[in-house]
Design a protein around this ligand. Structure first.
Ligand code: SF4
Ligand code: SF4
Length: 172
């Protein structure tokens, strides 16, 4: 039986398509060391989907720069992630962007819980079983969430994006 992610890719519903994949500076260091090139990312205007603060306004402020851009993996013409190959991601799990390692685990800046309902198999298995199916565990997810937040907060600029305006850091 093929993995859920492989069958998702066959149907064209993979989360590696369409999505703007955020990179921390730590991701860039790790991926550049593996690929031996740094032409796979750029800064791009944040997609509309990322401008809704939802229940986590801090997330926008640490992931969107004051000019409205995010550091993301380049996409091809059909909005496929440029690191996606014919057999799935070209990177090993521990080399991937932290947001990719975490998906489909749902999280905010300060908590981690459940599974993103956009993942087509989110309702097909209990969360732990689902994580097992895609080759990860809750312990890994907690570790990657800590890494992601540490890296995002460590590069946090004191001029942050806030809708159409910029504003000073929340600590000011
Ligand atoms: S994580 Fe979910 S949405 Fe992404 S490829 Fe796997 S099954 Fe599909
Ligand atoms: S980096 Fe890999 S896992 Fe992440 S979206 Fe691209 S192909 Fe998918």
């Amino acid at each position: 039986m093929s993995s859920p992610c492989a069958s998702c890719a066959e149907k064209g519903t993979s989360c590696c398509t369409g999505t703007q994949i955020l990179l921390t500076s730590g991701d860039v260091k790790r991926i550049t060391a593996v690929l031996l090139r740094n032409d796979y990312f750029h800064f791009e205007k944040a997609d509309e989907d990322y401008l809704d603060p939802g229940d986590d306004p801090i997330w926008i402020r640490i992931t969107i720069k004051s000019d409205g851009t995010r550091r993301v993996v380049k996409r091809s013409g059909e909005r496929h992630c440029s690191l996606l190959g014919p057999a799935g991601c070209r990177l090993a799990l521990e080399e991937r962007p932290l947001v990719c390692r975490l998906y489909p685990v749902a999280y905010t800046t300060d908590w981690i819980d459940g599974i993103d309902p956009s993942c087509p198999i989110a309702h097909a298995a209990r969360p732990d079983e689902l994580l097992n199916l895609i080759g990860t565990t809750r312990t890994d997810a907690r570790r990657w969430h800590r890494m992601l937040m540490n890296e995002l907060f460590s590069e946090y600029d004191d001029t942050v994006y806030c809708g159409n305006e910029t504003t000073a850091s929340p600590s000011d």
